[in-house]
Design a protein. Structure first.
Length: 239
């Protein structure tokens, strides 16, 4: 009988709803610190380098490069956010590639980053799909996050098979799993041009996941505590 009264009492229902909502409140998108690429250099054969910074972490790139491009706007936002990624890359200079060389490309971080995020724009074109092959180094497990058309050329989400991420006007996000000082890959397929940038999750790097409850979670927890005395009176009929 007491259980029936608990279930029909509106105060008790509010408490139960708060408890049920808590897990979803914990799930959230994090702030990604994206790299601000500031300089590049090229040499014969298509090899070159680029430098930038993601917050206090220096980021260096070496491998095939056409230069830096301002074309990608990284919109619509829905294409370049998703999963843990709460903010798309900014509309700033981005590394531009054309692929189709035997070079190995390397991204190096001055400090270890956890679960780095790799954003890809306009990978491949109709009749000429292109790919990033991350098999050049072991331990580079990843997930695809987000994806869809770009504001510039339309297209669709990226696809993956094993260690290879491919696209035909493909756009989206790759989340690497683990701690990284470097990321290496090859770009075996020639294409007119595409672009990428990299960032890291500010709540995970330098390696300690955030354990501070989100404000929504704290509010629900407080609501549940505030309702406990009312539930007690409902159950036992006394203050």
């Amino acid at each position: 009988m007491h259980l029936k009264r608990l279930l029909v009492n509106p105060v008790s229902a509010l408490l139960l709803a708060a408890c049920a909502a808590s897990p979803s409140a914990i799930a959230h998108a994090d702030t990604i610190v994206w790299t601000n690429w500031s300089a590049f250099a090229t040499s014969p054969g298509g090899a070159g380098s680029a430098t930038g910074a993601a917050g206090s972490i220096d980021v260096n790139y070496s491998g095939q490069i056409l230069g830096l491009t301002n074309v990608p706007s990284w919109t619509p936002t829905s294409t370049f956010t998703g999963g843990v990624v709460g903010n798309a890359p900014p509309h700033t200079p981005t590394i531009q590639l054309s692929g189709g060389t035997p070079l190995t490309e390397t991204i190096s971080f001055s400090s270890t980053v956890v679960d780095p995020i790799f954003a890809i724009w306009s990978l491949g074109q109709r009749g000429a799909p292109a790919s990033f092959d991350f098999s050049s180094k072991s331990g580079q497990a990843f997930n695809l996050l987000g994806g869809g058309p770009s504001a510039e050329f339309g297209g669709s989400a990226l696809t993956s098979s094993g260690s290879v991420v491919s696209g035909v006007e493909g756009n989206g996000l790759v989340q690497f799993i683990g701690s990284f000082d470097t990321i290496t890959f090859t770009t075996p397929n020639p294409e007119f041009y595409y672009a990428f940038t990299v960032g890291y999750d500010a709540t995970l790097t330098p390696g300690i996941p955030s354990t501070v409850p989100e404000p929504a979670t704290l509010s629900l927890f407080g609501l549940g505590l505030a309702a406990l005395p009312l539930v007690r009176r409902s159950l036992f009929g006394r203050p």
